[in-house]
Ligand binder design. Structure first.
Ligand code: NAP
Ligand code: HSE
Length: 426
C-alpha cells in the first residue's frame, strides 16, 4: 500500500512538508506501515526557482490534477487565503479526499461547514498547524485536556508580531526594520497586515476558544487590536515598571460566559509568557483540575509548521488503516454566550500627556473616582516641551466598561493634551 498526497502550494510551509516527507520516509513508514509519497504539487509557476529540488513532472498548475485525481488520497492545503482555497478544499472533500490544512483564515471562518462536509463524506479534516506552528496545541486541547474544564487561556499565537516586539524591546530595532526581517524569514502572512493588525492571532483565538469551550465562537466576537501603534516610549515605560509588551490572545469563561480578545498586553516580567521571544509561541492554560500549564514552541517557519502538518497526515493514515476516517467528535454543545463590557475585568496601563499646571492630577483622580477606578502605580515625567508632562498609570482591576468611560472622560479634560496609549495589564 502507498498513500499519495497532493500538495496545494509550495511556499515556506509547502517546501517544509515536501522535505519532511522525503527525508523522513523510514520513520514515516514505521509509524503508518506503508509508503507515503507526494505525488502532485500545485504551484502558480512550474518554472519558478524554489529552495528545494523537486521533479518538474510532479508540479502542476491545474488544481484538478489533485482535487479531481482518483489516485490522490490526502490533500495538504498550504496555499493560504479563502478564495479559491475554500472551493478547492470543499471539492477535495466531496471527492472523498482527506484534507490537512495550515489555514487559520479558512478554519476560523468556515471550519464548521468544512468539518460537516468532511464528516458527510467519511473524510478527515485536520488543522493542527493552523495555530501556533509546531506546538501540538489542538491535540492537547482536544485529547490531553479533554477531561478538564478550561477557564482561561493566554496565548502568544502570532510569531511575526512576537518577533517584531522582541527585536524592538531587546535590540531597539525600528518597527519597520523588524517587520522586514520577519517577512524575509518567512514568518509573515502573504499580507503582513494580518499579522500586525492582530487578525491572524484573532483567527487562531477563534479556533482555540471554540475547542476549549465547545462553543461556536465567531471572528466578530473577538476584540482585536494590533501592534502598529506601540511606541518606543511604551516599551521603555513598560520595562521601567517591570513588564514586557506582548500581543496576547486572551479568552476566559465564567458561569458559561466567554470573552475573547487579541491586544497588546503588559505581561509582568516574572510571568513565563514574558520570556517567550522571537517567532516562538506559547499558550498558557488554566484548567480547573490541571491548574496552570504552558505549551511552548516555534510558532512560525517552514519546518516547524510542516511538522504539525505531517503529524496530521500520520493521523489520517492511521485512521485509514483502522477505517475510522471522518469520525472525529467536534460537537459544539455549549450555547455561544459572550460577556458584555461590564463583565470583563482587567488592570490597565495608560500614558497621558497633560499641561504641566496646578490641579491636573486631581481632575484625573476625579474621573477615576466617578468610574470606580483606582491607581496601582503612578509615574510622572517632567515637562516634555510640546507634549507637556507625561503621566503613566497602572490601574487596579476595573470593568472594561468603566475603563472605556474613564479614557473618554480623561481625553475630554481641557488640561489633558491626549491619552497617548492604553493597554491591558495581565
Ligand atoms: P507562501 O510562502 O506564500 O506559499 C504559498 C504557496 O501557495 C506558494 O507556493 C504559491 O505559489 C501557492 N499559491 C498560492 N495561491 C495559489 C493559487 N491560487 N494557485 C496555485 N498556487 C498558489 O505561504 P506560506 O507561508 O507557506 O503559508 C501557507 C499557509 O500556511 C497559509 O495558510 C499560512 O497562514 C499558513 N501558515 C504559515 C506559517 C508560516 O510560518 N509561514 C505557519 C503556520 C501556518 P507561488 O510559489 O507560485 O507563488
Ligand atoms: N504569520 C503567522 C505567524 C504564521 O507569524 O504566526 C504562523 O501561523
Amino acid at each position: 500500500m502507498k498513500v499519495r498526497i497532493g500538495l496545494l502550494g509550495l511556499g515556506t510551509v509547502g517546501i517544509g512538508v515536501y522535505q519532511i516527507i522525503q527525508n523522513h520516509q523510514i520513520q514515516l513508514q514505521q509509524q503508518v506501515g506503508c509508503a507515503v509519497e507526494v505525488s502532485k504539487v500545485l504551484v502558480r509557476d512550474v518554472k519558478k526557482k524554489r529552495e528545494v529540488e523537486i521533479p518538474e513532472d510532479i508540479l502542476t498548475i491545474d488544481v484538478n490534477d489533485i482535487i479531481n485525481n482518483p489516485n490522490i488520497d490526502i490533500v495538504v492545503e498550504v496555499l493560504g487565503g479563502i478564495h479559491p482555497t475554500s472551493e478547492y478544499v470543499k471539492q477535495a472533500l466531496k471527492n472523498k479526499k482527506h484534507v490537512v490544512t495550515a489555514n487559520k483564515d479558512l478554519i476560523a471562518q468556515f471550519g464548521q461547514e468544512l468539518l460537516k462536509i468532511a464528516k458527510d463524506n467519511q473524510c478527515d479534516l485536520f488543522y493542527e498547524a493552523s495555530v501556533a506552528g509546531g506546538i501540538p496545541i489542538i491535540r492537547s486541547l482536544v485529547d490531553g485536556l479533554a477531561s478538564d474544564k478550561i477557564t482561561k487561556m493566554l496565548g502568544i499565537v502570532n510569531g511575526t508580531t512576537n518577533y517584531i516586539l522582541t527585536k524592538m524591546t531587546n535590540e531597539g530595532t525600528s518597527y519597520h526594520d523588524a517587520v522586514e526581517q520577519a517577512k524575509a524569514l518567512g514568518f509573515a502572512e502573504a499580507d503582513p497586515s494580518a499579522d500586525v493588525e492582530g487578525f491572524d492571532a484573532a483567527r487562531k483565538m477563534v479556533i482555540l476558544s471554540s475547542l476549549a469551550f465547545s462553543m461556536n465562537i465567531e471572528l466578530s466576537d473577538v476584540y482585536t487590536a494590533g501592534i502598529t501603534n506601540i511606541s518606543k516610549e511604551d516599551i521603555e515605560y513598560a520595562k521601567q515598571l517591570g513588564y514586557t509588551i506582548k500581543l496576547l490572545g486572551l479568552t476566559t469563561r465564567r458561569h458559561g460566559e466567554v470573552d475573547v480578545s487579541v491586544q497588546p498586553t503588559l505581561v509582568p516580567n516574572h510571568h513565563p509568557l514574558a520570556t517567550v521571544e522571537n517567532e516562538y509561541n506559547a499558550v498558557y492554560i488554566y484548567g480547573k483540575a490541571v491548574g496552570e500549564t504552558m505549551f511552548y514552541g516555534p510558532g512560525a517557519g517552514g519546518l516547524p509548521t510542516a511538522t504539525s502538518i505531517v503529524s496530521d497526515v500520520v493521523s489520517v493514515i492511521k485512521n485509514m488503516r483502522l477505517g475510522v476516517n471522518g469520525q472525529t467528535i467536534t460537537h459544539q454543545h455549549n450555547k455561544r454566550t459572550i460577556k458584555t463590557k461590564d463583565q470583563i475585568f482587567s488592570k490597565y496601563f495608560m500614558r497621558i500627556n497633560v499641561k504641566d499646571e496646578v490641579g491636573v492630577f486631581s481632575k484625573i483622580a476625579n474621573v477615576f473616582l466617578e468610574n470606580e477606578l483606582s491607581f496601582e502605580t503612578i509615574l510622572q515625567k517632567p515637562n516634555l516641551n510640546d507634549r507637556g508632562a507625561e503621566i503613566i498609570i497602572i490601574t487596579h482591576q476595573v470593568s472594561l466598561q468603566n475603563f472605556t468611560n474613564s479614557l473618554k472622560a480623561i481625553n475630554q479634560l481641557p488640561e489633558v493634551i491626549g491619552v497617548q496609549s492604553s493597554y491591558r495589564v495581565e
